[in-house]
Design a protein. Structure first.
Length: 741
């Protein structure tokens, strides 16, 4: 079992520090069987009540080969993706017991491979019907939304409903957070009692109704985890909610878009008021945006005419869903229609929207006091969620994921936890991506220090973009390190002295050729320097080449986690990723695996590490040759990592091999004589560091090969108690990368 000691995970029995190198398993679990986001047939049939997620992310009879493969990459942690929809899709309070049994069976398989797991209740922009994933379809008719009209009203951009799914714009799904459907749902979920007091169903405000069903659904899974004996030993704990949206909360003026020049805008972007008007069938001229190096750029206005289609149900359908799902509405919510019009925020006038309360969501309507989303709404949800989880699994770790890209609110000395019993056993779990590469799908010769730019660390005004600019690969790698260091220190300052684990980090594999320079904004002299210095390195290469853009981008991100000394979970592993549709979701293509041959199965795998009573003659995990069928096997993913350290980790660094330079690795730690097992173990991948060809230098103590498999080996370091050492430094020199035939 793992315990926490300040910023470290600790083996409870041996007191060794455990380093977690994780992977998300996976994005495929966001989608029901047979319904990828580009599939139109079968989408939104009978409110999507009859979908199934059994077999997502992969069938149980294929689990062994998948887990073997992940072990051979060196992963020892799974961020295990589930969704509220998967558990409770048929209707409120109706749970999919087959799915829950499937999840428990899969977790038991993961336990066989000695993975540690934390459960991620995943969502993106509320639900699949809002262009994302996560929450049940029935939550939309609960509010009165009519999914079939989202396209005409641009209440959500949904690939399943796109006339040409192949042409669906990349990354535009993220803009759904700011569109009518998702923005309404998040506002009601987190702040319904404040901003929608008239929305009462079955005797509860919509906020309490939604939150209770979300937590009860998670409770169904947690209860089964406990009953299966997986709590704490395998399932360490639970993420809070993936990438929560703030909805309209804190919007200062509903007639305007977020005026920040670093907020994400792409395609048609209605203001909140325009979104409400379009949802009621009113035509509007809507701003259109492109995404450039410094962020969004407006390209013009486009007339959007829903032609009287509404994003809200008519009275007949409203009556049907109330009967179907057993909903009894409060006296102030007897008719369908825009909930914000019902609350007096706006009204139609002469076929145009008339805004009555432009700052409605920036102040508490009952007190007039300014509101802050994270402090006033997300934190109370977090406190309630922790209480719900620990009522079932008292020692569960809570993997705290606040709203994305912003400094988290303070949990230290919080009024919500006056006795300091609630906010304990926490892990700070923000997400971080190289946003420029993710959105543009290019590894460019420049980048932006977005986190520190966002925090105001580069001052104000347009010149702050120049100050945040990084040109050249070396500068970009340092930029990533700075961002993760800032994130880590914010975690210590705001969440507490707990471990920092990036819940998501990764790269798009479907990259275009990177721009050799940022000629659109650099001076001609800088442009010329950048072009000349990089032009010789633009020869097209395969993904698996050590000089591919994908390998460079991934290595830069992973290097930043190692230098900043934070744990991470790579996004992601999707075994049904393919060359046409990528991860099968909204055009994303971040899976470290792309299958190119028939998938085999295995059922005779062994645990990763030998215990004292384990038969040393039995084969290790990873004997099944997991890599040859992967079309995107990146060289840099095969990197050493400490597993357990008898002391305090101080630094680590990996130099990925190329065709002309050898793999290098260094790890330094301060040994401790108070641990109960004075052994430090490291996972060493065999491809860059073959056992017989690797040069090992150790500043003190002795090293040995503990176990060896086809694709990795375990290096052990021991030393004498009387040595009284300040640090031990391990250095490895491996081999050059071989050119693929």
């Amino acid at each position: 079992m793992l315990d926490l000691d300040g910023p470290f995970f600790i083996d409870k029995d041996t007191k060794q520090v455990v380093h977690l190198r994780g992977v998300n398993v996976g994005g495929g679990a966001k989608l029901p069987v047979g319904l990828p986001s580009h599939e139109q047939h079968g989408f939104w049939v009978d409110y999507d009540r009859h979908v199934t997620f059994v077999g997502r992310p992969f069938p149980l009879d294929q689990a062994d080969i998948h887990f073997q493969r992940l072990v051979s990459y060196g992963f020892n942690l799974l961020r295990f993706v589930v969704t509220w929809e998967a558990i409770e899709h048929q209707g409120p309070g109706i749970y999919d017991h087959d799915y829950l049994e499937y999840v428990i069976a899969l977790l038991k398989k993961a336990a066989h491979y000695e993975f540690k797991v934390f459960i991620d209740p995943h969502q993106d922009t509320w639900s699949r019907q809002c262009g994302g994933s996560g929450h049940p379809g029935w939550t939309l008719p609960l509010v009165g939304l009519q999914v079939n009209h989202f396209g005409a009203t641009i209440a959500a951009l949904v690939q399943n409903m796109s006339p040409d799914p192949q042409a669906f714009p990349r990354m535009i799904w993220n803009t759904n957070y700011d569109r009518l459907a998702a923005a309404t749902m998040f506002t009601l979920f987190f702040a319904g009692k404040t901003f929608a007091p008239r929305c009462v169903v079955n005797g509860k405000n919509i906020q309490d109704y939604l939150q209770q069903h979300f937590m009860d659904a998670m409770g169904q899974l947690i209860q089964r985890v406990v009953e299966a004996g997986l709590a704490d030993s395998v399932v360490l704990g639970y993420d809070t909610m993936n990438e929560p949206g703030r909805g309209y909360v804190e919007c200062p003026d509903l007639s305007k878009l977020d005026e920040s020049d670093i907020s994400f805008k792409m395609g048609l972007m209605p203001t909140p008021l325009q979104g409400m008007a379009l949802g009621c069938g009113l035509p509007c001229k809507v701003a259109n945006y492109d995404f450039i190096w410094s962020g969004p750029k407006k390209t013009g206005d486009v007339l959007v005419d829903p032609e009287s289609q509404r994003a809200w149900m008519d009275k007949d359908e409203w009556a049907r869903v109330n009967t179907l799902f057993g909903w009894q509405r409060g006296s102030d919510w007897t008719d369908p229609g825009c909930v914000w019009q019902r609350h007096g925020v706006w009204q139609p006038q002469n076929n145009e929207p008339s805004l009555l309360l432009p700052d409605y969501f920036s102040h508490d309507p009952s007190t007039g006091q300014p509101v802050r989303f994270a402090e006033d709404f997300w934190l109370p949800f977090l406190a309630k969620y922790i209480q719900h989880v620990r009522a079932l699994q008292p020692e569960a770790m809570i993997f705290v994921q606040p709203p994305v890209l912003v400094k988290p609110p303070s949990l230290i000395d919080s009024d919500l936890d006056p006795k300091q019993r609630l906010f304990r056993r926490l892990v700070y779990t923000p997400h971080w991506y190289d946003g420029l590469t993710l959105v543009k799908k290019k590894w460019c010769s420049y980048n932006i220090d977005f986190i520190n730019l966002n925090r105001g660390n580069y001052g104000s005004g347009p010149l702050r973009f120049v100050r945040a600019l990084c040109v050249g690969e070396k500068a970009i790698r340092q930029c990533f390190i700075r961002q993760l260091t800032t994130i880590r220190e914010e975690g210590y300052e705001q969440i507490g002295h707990y471990p920092v684990l990036l819940g998501e980090i990764g790269i798009p594999y479907d990259m275009q050729n990177g721009s050799p320079s940022a000629s659109s904004w650099l001076s001609w002299g800088s442009w010329l320097w950048s072009f000349l210095s990089l032009a010789g390195n633009k020869k097209p290469t395969g993904v698996r080449s050590p000089v591919s853009d994908q390998n460079k981008a991934m290595d830069a991100s992973l290097n930043a986690t190692e230098v900043a000394m934070v744990h991470s979970a790579l996004w992601q592993y999707v075994p049904d990723n393919d060359a046409q549709w990528g991860d099968q979701w909204n055009g994303e293509d971040l899976s470290l695996w792309q299958q190119c041959a028939t998938l085999g199965t295995s059922s005779d795998a062994r645990p990763l590490f030998a215990t004292d009573d384990q038969d040393q003659t039995k084969p290790l995990l990873g004997q099944a040759h997991p890599f040859p069928n992967n079309t995107r096997h990146l060289v840099c993913l095969l990197r050493p990592s400490p597993r357990c350290t008898a002391g305090v980790p101080l630094s680590m660094a990996f130099t990925s091999p190329t065709l002309s330079s050898k793999a290098l690795y260094r790890y330094e730690f301060r040994p401790s004589n108070t641990v109960l097992r004075r052994v430090t173990q490291l996972f060493i991948p065999s491809r860059p560091f073959p056992v017989q060809a690797t040069k090992v230098q150790l500043s003190h103590g002795e090293w040995s090969v503990d176990r060896q498999a086809d694709h990795y080996w375990i290096l052990c370091i021991t030393w004498q108690e009387k040595d009284g050492l300040q640090s031990i430094l391990l250095q490895l020199q491996g081999v050059e990368e071989k050119e693929e035939e």
